[in-house]
Write a protein that binds this ligand. Structure first.
Ligand code: SAM
Length: 238
């Protein structure tokens, strides 16, 4: 146990994987705020990005950076701190840590040392998009980001041509139109997909339907912001 912040309940030493909003700051859970206000230390990808959330909720804990480029070394440093009795909260820039974000190495290290690890669930762009897609969600594959090169992307589309389950993936705003062109070329205009942009934010748009129609809708709007794409199983019909 580690005693923190005066009258607040002490938090068990360990690693807390705290999900944070993917846009709307009100989406943070009461439990996430409790952990962030009682932990000893917050590890985050980018201290400036996380400051927006932490300042908004008046949370002022020591911050350390934990990102793709220092993850191997920081996993050891943070595990040492936990082993010495501290409670460490890990957050990413947005959403759930470790999901296409840094984190699995510190989780592995804690498991190796038999230290306490606890998820504090909340927002994730993956499930937010899937839940609003209107596509089958009883079985799905999450693919993260696709390769940037068109040839590799087309190979992925070939692979899922006859897929029996839904696929969820991330695409950058710079590539979304090229992605959709390749999609049409390989999977055709009748394959059903959902393009979810800027979820929980002011310009949230969710288009779902046959690809031919969706591509036109996406092209007719701004492509700024963040995107999740959900692709229906091959035999799915509207
Ligand atoms: N760990 C995060 C999560 O659980 O949501 C995902 C991190 S990944 C590095 C970031 C990608 O998630 C973005 O490039 C975008 O594809 C997607 N994303 C994040 N926030 C989003 C939002 N508000 N609307 C749509 N997509 C979003």
């Amino acid at each position: 146990m580690t005693q923190s912040d005066g009258d607040k309940t002490p938090l068990q030493a360990g690693l807390y994987l705290v999900a944070t909003p993917i846009g709307n700051l009100k989406d943070v859970s009461p439990r996430a705020l409790e952990i962030l206000s009682t932990c000893d230390l917050i590890a985050c990808e980018d201290t400036r990005t996380s400051a927006k959330l932490l300042n908004h909720y008046d949370l002022h804990k020591p911050l350390v950076s934990y990102h793709d480029h220092n993850e191997i070394q920081q996993a050891q440093v943070l595990a040492d701190k936990i082993q010495s009795g501290q409670a460490v909260a890990l957050i990413s820039d947005a959403g759930t840590p470790t999901i296409s974000d840094p984190g699995f190495r510190i989780v592995r290290e804690c498991q190796k040392r038999q230290l306490h690890v606890s998820p504090i669930p909340g927002p994730s762009a993956v499930l937010a998009a899937l839940s609003a897609s209107g596509l089958p969600s009883d079985s799905f594959t999450y693919t993260g980001f696709l390769p940037a090169k068109s040839a590799a992307r087309k190979r992925f589309f070939e692979d899922i041509k006859n897929a029996p389950r839904t696929h969820v993936l991330f695409e950058s705003n710079h590539r979304i139109l090229k992605f959709l062109d390749d999609f049409l070329e390989v999977l055709g205009s009748n394959r059903v997909l959902c393009v979810a942009r800027e979820l929980t934010k002011m310009h949230e748009t969710i288009f779902s339907g046959p690809a031919g129609q969706i591509v036109e809708q996406v092209k007719s709007r701004s492509q700024k912001g963040e995107f999740v794409v959900v692709i229906a199983p091959a035999d799915f019909e509207l």
